[in-house]
Each structure stands twice: as C-alpha cells, then as structure tokens.
Design a binder for this molecule. Structure first.
Ligand SMILES: [Zn+2]
Length: 169
C-alpha cells in the first residue's frame, strides 16, 4: 500500500467529470487500499474521493468511526443518492483538498444511496448524522463540485488565500 499525493484547490481535476468504475479487479482493490492508507495518514480526514488523489473515477471512501475504535471503512462505487430528508442541517465542513479551511454547509439530515461495493455488488444504505454529511460532501466531489462551489464568491476568494497559506507551512 502507499500514500498518494493529495490534490489541492484550485487544481482543475477537482472540478472535472468522473468515469464510472466498470472493472472490479486487483487494480481497483489496490487503488481503494491506497486511498484508505492516504485517508488514514491524514489523521483528520473522514472521507476521500478519487479526484482528490488525481483519478477521475466515480468512487469515494469514508470512515466516520471514533478514531479510538476499530476502522469502519465504507467504499461507495458509482454512488447515486436516491432519496433525502426534507430536513436540513448546517454543519462545519473541512476538506483534505482545502487545508486551513472550515465552512458552514447546509446538507440533508439523511440520504439514501445506491452504490456498488468493492466486489461490484449492489448495495443500498441510508446514512444519517455525520455520515450523511460526509456522503453529500464526497458526492459533490464526484459531480464536479467542491466546498468552493457551496459558498459565496467572497468566501471563495478567502478560501484560496487560506489554502495557499496552509500549503506554505
Ligand atoms: Zn472534500
């Protein structure tokens, strides 16, 4: 396994379209393992989408378990949000592609997602709470959107400065 290089805002790959995963082979397993190692190496990340490590593929991983608990990695391939709550919740979000940035974002309280697991088997899961927030954040990454597309133009300008400053450290 290896830690991959993260892509940071405003890298254009973060707003590029993704291709569906069609082949469930050893290359895919290795890529997912590398993504997991990359996510865990950050110590703070709870989710990671393929474009954030430079691959325009329709998949993301997340782990919202307590850092002191055993890992609970979710792998969502070709995900599709099929239902969502009317109720919304505003919460602070960070992103591994936006070091130094935390922004308040409005998300659905729960979402239902159809996706494939690593073996290519169809799954359907309802996510709520923090997991729902993370799913919607990662889903944006697979739909040519990032945190920067969820805030005002003025806030966006501040983001760029903060990312550049954080990367210089
Ligand atoms: Zn992100």
């Amino acid at each position: 396994m290896s830690v991959m290089k993260l892509r940071y805002y405003p890298d254009p790959i973060l707003n590029a379209p993704v291709d569906d995963v069609e082949t469930f082979d050893d290359d895919l397993s290795k890529f997912v393992m590398d993504m997991a190692e990359t996510l865990y190496s950050t110590k703070v990340g709870v989710g990671l989408a393929a474009p954030q490590v430079g691959r325009s593929l329709n998949l993301f991983i997340m782990d919202v378990s307590d850092p002191n608990e055993p890992d609970e990695l979710h792998v969502l391939i070709n995900p599709s949000i099929t239902a969502s709550s009317d109720a919304m919740l505003v919460a602070e979000e960070g992103c591994l592609s936006f070091p130094g940035v935390v922004e308040k974002v409005r998300r659905h309280v729960w979402v239902e997602v159809d996706y494939l697991n690593e073996e290519g088997e169809p799954q359907s899961t309802r996510f709520a709470g923090l997991a729902a927030h993370v799913v919607q954040h990662e889903y944006d990454h697979l739909h040519e959107k990032t945190l920067a597309d969820r805030v005002s133009r003025q806030t966006r300008r501040g983001m760029l400065k903060r990312v550049k400053r954080a990367l210089k450290k």
